[in-house]
Design a protein around this ligand. Structure first.
Ligand code: FES
Length: 352
Protein backbone atom coordinates (compact mmCIF):
# COMPACT_ATOMS: atom_id res chain seq x y z
CA UNK A 1 0.00 0.00 0.00
CA UNK A 2 1.46 3.42 -0.87
CA UNK A 3 1.04 6.60 1.10
CA UNK A 4 -1.74 7.56 -1.32
CA UNK A 5 -3.78 4.57 -0.09
CA UNK A 6 -3.71 5.52 3.60
CA UNK A 7 -7.11 6.61 4.86
CA UNK A 8 -7.34 10.39 5.10
CA UNK A 9 -7.87 10.37 8.86
CA UNK A 10 -4.52 8.57 9.39
CA UNK A 11 -2.45 11.04 7.40
CA UNK A 12 -0.54 13.81 9.13
CA UNK A 13 -2.38 17.06 8.80
CA UNK A 14 0.52 19.51 8.62
CA UNK A 15 3.26 20.22 6.11
CA UNK A 16 6.72 21.75 6.38
CA UNK A 17 8.08 24.56 4.22
CA UNK A 18 8.85 22.05 1.41
CA UNK A 19 5.33 20.73 1.45
CA UNK A 20 6.36 17.45 3.13
CA UNK A 21 4.21 15.85 5.82
CA UNK A 22 5.30 16.62 9.39
CA UNK A 23 4.50 15.26 12.81
CA UNK A 24 1.33 16.38 14.50
CA UNK A 25 0.52 15.52 18.10
CA UNK A 26 -2.90 15.93 19.62
CA UNK A 27 -4.70 14.82 22.73
CA UNK A 28 -5.67 11.47 21.31
CA UNK A 29 -2.22 10.71 19.81
CA UNK A 30 0.35 12.36 22.08
CA UNK A 31 3.19 10.79 20.10
CA UNK A 32 3.03 12.28 16.69
CA UNK A 33 3.39 10.19 13.54
CA UNK A 34 6.47 11.71 11.89
CA UNK A 35 5.32 10.48 8.46
CA UNK A 36 7.78 9.69 5.69
CA UNK A 37 10.66 12.04 4.95
CA UNK A 38 10.73 13.41 1.40
CA UNK A 39 12.30 10.97 -1.01
CA UNK A 40 15.75 12.02 -2.18
CA UNK A 41 16.90 10.80 -5.56
CA UNK A 42 20.30 9.16 -5.84
CA UNK A 43 22.69 10.03 -8.62
CA UNK A 44 21.85 6.70 -10.26
CA UNK A 45 18.13 7.63 -10.31
CA UNK A 46 18.70 10.71 -12.40
CA UNK A 47 21.83 9.93 -14.39
CA UNK A 48 21.70 6.90 -16.66
CA UNK A 49 25.50 6.87 -17.03
CA UNK A 50 25.93 6.63 -13.24
CA UNK A 51 23.40 3.79 -13.20
CA UNK A 52 25.39 1.99 -15.91
CA UNK A 53 28.59 2.44 -13.89
CA UNK A 54 26.93 0.88 -10.84
CA UNK A 55 25.63 -1.95 -13.00
CA UNK A 56 29.15 -2.66 -14.26
CA UNK A 57 30.54 -2.58 -10.69
CA UNK A 58 27.95 -5.10 -9.52
CA UNK A 59 28.64 -7.33 -12.53
CA UNK A 60 32.39 -7.10 -11.85
CA UNK A 61 31.90 -8.20 -8.24
CA UNK A 62 29.73 -11.15 -9.26
CA UNK A 63 32.25 -12.12 -11.94
CA UNK A 64 35.04 -11.95 -9.33
CA UNK A 65 33.02 -14.32 -7.19
CA UNK A 66 32.66 -16.76 -10.11
CA UNK A 67 36.40 -16.69 -10.76
CA UNK A 68 37.16 -17.21 -7.06
CA UNK A 69 34.84 -20.25 -6.98
CA UNK A 70 36.60 -21.71 -10.01
CA UNK A 71 39.89 -20.99 -8.22
CA UNK A 72 38.57 -22.81 -5.14
CA UNK A 73 37.77 -25.94 -7.16
CA UNK A 74 41.08 -25.76 -9.05
CA UNK A 75 43.01 -25.41 -5.75
CA UNK A 76 41.20 -28.38 -4.27
CA UNK A 77 42.08 -30.53 -7.26
CA UNK A 78 45.65 -29.41 -7.93
CA UNK A 79 47.37 -28.45 -4.66
CA UNK A 80 48.92 -31.38 -2.77
CA UNK A 81 47.63 -31.72 0.78
CA UNK A 82 51.12 -31.75 2.32
CA UNK A 83 52.51 -28.67 0.54
CA UNK A 84 53.48 -25.79 2.85
CA UNK A 85 54.10 -22.16 2.01
CA UNK A 86 55.43 -19.20 3.94
CA UNK A 87 52.91 -16.39 4.37
CA UNK A 88 53.99 -13.28 6.23
CA UNK A 89 53.18 -12.68 9.11
CA UNK A 90 51.55 -16.06 9.81
CA UNK A 91 54.57 -18.23 9.01
CA UNK A 92 54.52 -21.69 7.42
CA UNK A 93 51.01 -22.91 6.67
CA UNK A 94 49.32 -25.44 4.43
CA UNK A 95 49.17 -24.14 0.84
CA UNK A 96 45.88 -25.98 0.26
CA UNK A 97 44.17 -24.50 3.32
CA UNK A 98 45.45 -21.05 2.43
CA UNK A 99 44.21 -21.27 -1.17
CA UNK A 100 40.81 -22.72 -0.18
CA UNK A 101 40.31 -20.11 2.53
CA UNK A 102 41.30 -17.18 0.33
CA UNK A 103 39.24 -18.22 -2.69
CA UNK A 104 36.16 -19.09 -0.64
CA UNK A 105 36.48 -15.82 1.28
CA UNK A 106 36.77 -13.77 -1.90
CA UNK A 107 33.85 -15.65 -3.53
CA UNK A 108 31.53 -14.99 -0.59
CA UNK A 109 32.71 -11.42 -0.05
CA UNK A 110 32.22 -10.53 -3.73
CA UNK A 111 28.66 -11.91 -3.73
CA UNK A 112 27.83 -9.95 -0.58
CA UNK A 113 29.49 -6.75 -1.79
CA UNK A 114 27.76 -7.06 -5.19
CA UNK A 115 24.35 -7.55 -3.58
CA UNK A 116 24.84 -4.62 -1.20
CA UNK A 117 26.04 -2.31 -3.98
CA UNK A 118 23.13 -3.37 -6.19
CA UNK A 119 20.62 -2.72 -3.42
CA UNK A 120 22.12 0.63 -2.43
CA UNK A 121 22.54 2.11 -5.87
CA UNK A 122 20.11 0.51 -8.31
CA UNK A 123 17.15 -1.06 -6.55
CA UNK A 124 14.27 1.24 -5.72
CA UNK A 125 14.85 2.99 -2.39
CA UNK A 126 11.45 4.67 -2.15
CA UNK A 127 9.85 4.01 1.23
CA UNK A 128 6.22 2.96 1.27
CA UNK A 129 3.72 2.42 4.04
CA UNK A 130 1.84 -0.81 4.47
CA UNK A 131 -0.85 -1.24 7.09
CA UNK A 132 -0.66 -4.21 9.42
CA UNK A 133 -3.29 -6.87 8.97
CA UNK A 134 -4.46 -9.57 11.32
CA UNK A 135 -2.52 -12.74 10.48
CA UNK A 136 -4.73 -15.25 12.24
CA UNK A 137 -6.88 -17.34 9.91
CA UNK A 138 -10.65 -16.99 10.22
CA UNK A 139 -12.56 -19.78 12.04
CA UNK A 140 -13.99 -20.94 8.67
CA UNK A 141 -10.52 -21.34 7.16
CA UNK A 142 -9.27 -23.23 10.24
CA UNK A 143 -12.30 -25.58 10.15
CA UNK A 144 -11.73 -26.23 6.44
CA UNK A 145 -8.01 -27.06 6.97
CA UNK A 146 -8.87 -29.56 9.73
CA UNK A 147 -11.58 -31.14 7.60
CA UNK A 148 -9.17 -31.41 4.62
CA UNK A 149 -6.50 -33.00 6.82
CA UNK A 150 -8.93 -35.61 8.16
CA UNK A 151 -10.18 -36.32 4.68
CA UNK A 152 -6.58 -36.76 3.42
CA UNK A 153 -5.69 -39.12 6.30
CA UNK A 154 -8.79 -41.17 5.53
CA UNK A 155 -8.09 -41.39 1.82
CA UNK A 156 -4.45 -42.41 2.36
CA UNK A 157 -5.75 -45.49 4.25
CA UNK A 158 -2.71 -45.27 6.52
CA UNK A 159 -4.58 -46.79 9.43
CA UNK A 160 -5.94 -49.70 7.36
CA UNK A 161 -2.80 -50.56 5.34
CA UNK A 162 -0.52 -51.49 8.22
CA UNK A 163 2.19 -52.97 5.99
CA UNK A 164 2.71 -49.66 4.19
CA UNK A 165 2.56 -47.69 7.43
CA UNK A 166 5.13 -49.90 9.20
CA UNK A 167 7.57 -50.03 6.29
CA UNK A 168 7.29 -46.26 5.86
CA UNK A 169 8.16 -45.70 9.52
CA UNK A 170 11.07 -48.14 9.12
CA UNK A 171 12.37 -46.29 6.07
CA UNK A 172 12.11 -42.92 7.81
CA UNK A 173 13.81 -44.23 10.94
CA UNK A 174 16.73 -45.81 9.05
CA UNK A 175 17.35 -42.97 6.61
CA UNK A 176 19.26 -40.73 9.11
CA UNK A 177 21.79 -43.57 9.57
CA UNK A 178 23.34 -42.70 6.21
CA UNK A 179 24.25 -39.28 7.63
CA UNK A 180 25.83 -40.90 10.67
CA UNK A 181 27.90 -43.21 8.46
CA UNK A 182 29.24 -40.16 6.61
CA UNK A 183 30.78 -38.95 9.88
CA UNK A 184 33.39 -41.63 9.25
CA UNK A 185 34.78 -39.30 6.57
CA UNK A 186 35.89 -36.89 9.28
CA UNK A 187 39.08 -38.93 9.48
CA UNK A 188 40.62 -41.68 11.58
CA UNK A 189 39.81 -41.83 15.27
CA UNK A 190 42.49 -40.14 17.38
CA UNK A 191 43.10 -43.26 19.47
CA UNK A 192 45.56 -42.47 22.27
CA UNK A 193 47.43 -39.83 20.26
CA UNK A 194 46.05 -36.99 22.36
CA UNK A 195 47.31 -38.62 25.53
CA UNK A 196 50.96 -38.71 24.39
CA UNK A 197 53.55 -36.14 23.42
CA UNK A 198 56.88 -36.39 21.58
CA UNK A 199 58.72 -36.73 24.89
CA UNK A 200 60.15 -40.17 25.55
CA UNK A 201 63.20 -41.57 27.36
CA UNK A 202 66.42 -40.16 25.93
CA UNK A 203 64.87 -37.17 24.05
CA UNK A 204 67.13 -34.15 24.50
CA UNK A 205 65.68 -30.87 25.76
CA UNK A 206 66.27 -28.22 23.07
CA UNK A 207 66.30 -24.54 24.01
CA UNK A 208 63.46 -22.87 22.07
CA UNK A 209 65.50 -19.69 21.54
CA UNK A 210 68.96 -21.01 20.68
CA UNK A 211 67.78 -24.36 19.23
CA UNK A 212 70.71 -26.01 21.06
CA UNK A 213 70.65 -28.92 23.50
CA UNK A 214 70.97 -27.73 27.10
CA UNK A 215 73.30 -28.60 29.94
CA UNK A 216 72.29 -28.01 33.58
CA UNK A 217 74.86 -25.21 33.76
CA UNK A 218 72.93 -23.29 31.07
CA UNK A 219 70.04 -22.75 33.47
CA UNK A 220 70.63 -20.25 36.27
CA UNK A 221 68.79 -20.40 39.58
CA UNK A 222 65.68 -18.19 39.33
CA UNK A 223 65.51 -18.27 35.52
CA UNK A 224 62.67 -19.44 33.27
CA UNK A 225 63.54 -21.18 29.99
CA UNK A 226 61.38 -22.80 27.31
CA UNK A 227 62.28 -26.05 25.61
CA UNK A 228 61.03 -28.43 22.94
CA UNK A 229 61.88 -32.03 22.10
CA UNK A 230 64.91 -32.84 19.97
CA UNK A 231 63.99 -33.50 16.33
CA UNK A 232 60.99 -31.15 16.18
CA UNK A 233 61.61 -28.38 13.64
CA UNK A 234 59.53 -25.28 13.02
CA UNK A 235 59.02 -26.10 9.35
CA UNK A 236 57.71 -29.61 10.11
CA UNK A 237 54.20 -30.17 8.79
CA UNK A 238 52.85 -31.04 12.24
CA UNK A 239 55.02 -28.62 14.24
CA UNK A 240 52.08 -26.66 15.66
CA UNK A 241 50.20 -29.82 16.56
CA UNK A 242 53.16 -31.34 18.38
CA UNK A 243 54.49 -28.22 20.11
CA UNK A 244 50.98 -27.55 21.42
CA UNK A 245 51.37 -30.72 23.46
CA UNK A 246 55.12 -30.89 24.10
CA UNK A 247 56.02 -27.26 24.96
CA UNK A 248 58.11 -27.28 28.11
CA UNK A 249 58.94 -24.71 30.76
CA UNK A 250 62.15 -25.09 32.81
CA UNK A 251 62.91 -23.34 36.06
CA UNK A 252 65.77 -23.83 38.46
CA UNK A 253 65.29 -23.44 42.19
CA UNK A 254 67.33 -24.49 45.20
CA UNK A 255 66.58 -28.20 45.82
CA UNK A 256 65.92 -27.33 49.48
CA UNK A 257 63.01 -25.18 48.40
CA UNK A 258 61.23 -28.06 46.62
CA UNK A 259 58.34 -29.06 48.89
CA UNK A 260 57.10 -32.24 47.23
CA UNK A 261 59.10 -35.50 47.26
CA UNK A 262 58.13 -36.63 43.75
CA UNK A 263 58.75 -33.15 42.35
CA UNK A 264 62.30 -33.35 43.76
CA UNK A 265 62.87 -36.86 42.42
CA UNK A 266 61.73 -35.90 38.93
CA UNK A 267 63.95 -32.81 38.85
CA UNK A 268 67.69 -32.61 38.19
CA UNK A 269 69.82 -30.50 40.55
CA UNK A 270 66.79 -28.28 41.19
CA UNK A 271 65.86 -27.97 37.48
CA UNK A 272 62.13 -28.59 37.11
CA UNK A 273 60.44 -29.28 33.77
CA UNK A 274 56.71 -28.64 33.50
CA UNK A 275 54.21 -28.52 30.66
CA UNK A 276 53.84 -24.95 29.47
CA UNK A 277 50.17 -25.49 28.55
CA UNK A 278 47.69 -24.21 31.13
CA UNK A 279 45.31 -26.87 32.39
CA UNK A 280 42.38 -24.46 32.30
CA UNK A 281 41.78 -23.90 28.57
CA UNK A 282 45.28 -24.31 27.19
CA UNK A 283 46.97 -20.90 27.08
CA UNK A 284 50.78 -20.91 27.12
CA UNK A 285 52.02 -19.94 30.58
CA UNK A 286 54.79 -17.39 30.67
CA UNK A 287 54.84 -15.33 33.88
CA UNK A 288 57.23 -16.59 36.56
CA UNK A 289 57.58 -15.19 40.03
CA UNK A 290 61.10 -16.09 41.28
CA UNK A 291 60.61 -15.54 45.00
CA UNK A 292 57.50 -17.69 45.37
CA UNK A 293 58.23 -20.17 42.50
CA UNK A 294 54.72 -19.51 41.19
CA UNK A 295 53.81 -19.27 37.51
CA UNK A 296 50.78 -17.31 36.38
CA UNK A 297 48.69 -17.94 33.29
CA UNK A 298 47.98 -14.60 31.59
CA UNK A 299 44.58 -15.70 30.27
CA UNK A 300 42.52 -16.13 33.45
CA UNK A 301 45.18 -15.81 36.15
CA UNK A 302 45.44 -19.44 37.20
CA UNK A 303 48.52 -19.71 39.43
CA UNK A 304 50.60 -22.85 39.91
CA UNK A 305 53.26 -23.66 42.53
CA UNK A 306 56.22 -25.22 40.72
CA UNK A 307 57.94 -26.12 43.98
CA UNK A 308 54.95 -28.22 44.97
CA UNK A 309 54.14 -30.47 42.00
CA UNK A 310 52.64 -27.64 39.91
CA UNK A 311 49.56 -27.50 42.17
CA UNK A 312 46.89 -24.92 41.42
CA UNK A 313 46.89 -22.31 44.17
CA UNK A 314 44.59 -19.78 42.52
CA UNK A 315 42.25 -19.41 39.55
CA UNK A 316 39.93 -21.54 37.44
CA UNK A 317 42.38 -24.32 36.43
CA UNK A 318 41.21 -27.63 37.84
CA UNK A 319 44.39 -29.63 37.54
CA UNK A 320 48.09 -29.37 38.46
CA UNK A 321 50.61 -28.71 35.67
CA UNK A 322 52.06 -32.06 34.47
CA UNK A 323 55.76 -32.44 35.33
CA UNK A 324 58.28 -34.17 33.05
CA UNK A 325 60.89 -36.44 34.61
CA UNK A 326 64.32 -35.28 33.49
CA UNK A 327 67.98 -36.24 33.95
CA UNK A 328 71.28 -35.89 32.06
CA UNK A 329 72.76 -38.25 29.48
CA UNK A 330 76.36 -39.50 29.31
CA UNK A 331 77.42 -36.32 27.52
CA UNK A 332 75.95 -34.11 30.22
CA UNK A 333 72.91 -32.87 28.25
CA UNK A 334 69.46 -32.62 29.80
CA UNK A 335 67.12 -35.33 28.54
CA UNK A 336 63.62 -36.62 29.23
CA UNK A 337 63.40 -39.82 31.25
CA UNK A 338 59.82 -40.49 30.13
CA UNK A 339 56.74 -38.95 28.50
CA UNK A 340 54.41 -36.91 30.70
CA UNK A 341 52.62 -39.27 33.03
CA UNK A 342 49.24 -37.72 32.22
CA UNK A 343 47.74 -35.79 29.29
CA UNK A 344 48.78 -32.14 29.13
CA UNK A 345 46.45 -29.16 28.72
CA UNK A 346 42.82 -28.67 29.71
CA UNK A 347 41.67 -31.16 32.27
CA UNK A 348 38.67 -32.55 30.35
CA UNK A 349 40.26 -36.01 30.64
CA UNK A 350 39.06 -36.19 34.21
CA UNK A 351 35.46 -35.81 33.17
CA UNK A 352 35.37 -38.77 30.77
S1 FES B 1 43.81 -20.71 30.22
FE1 FES B 1 45.08 -20.43 31.91
S2 FES B 1 43.79 -19.67 33.38
FE2 FES B 1 42.48 -19.93 31.71
Amino acid sequence: MSSQDIPEKNLPTAQDEHGAAVAVADEENPFADPGLPPHEHRIQDIDERAAKRSERTVALLFTTSMLATIGFIASYVTIPIDQNIFVWPIGHISALNFALGMTLGVALFAIGAGAVHWARTLMSDEEIVDERHAIEATPEVKAKVIADFKQGAKESALGRRKLIRNTMFGALALFPLSGIVLLRDLGPLPGTKLRHTLWKPGKLLINQNTHEPMRPSDIAVGSLTFAQPEGLEEHDHDFQKEIAKAALMLVRIQPDNIKDKQTLEWSHEGILAYSKICTHVGCPISLYEQQTHHVLCPCHQSTFDLADGGKVIFGPAGHALPQLRIGVNDEGYLEALDDFEEPVGPAFWERG
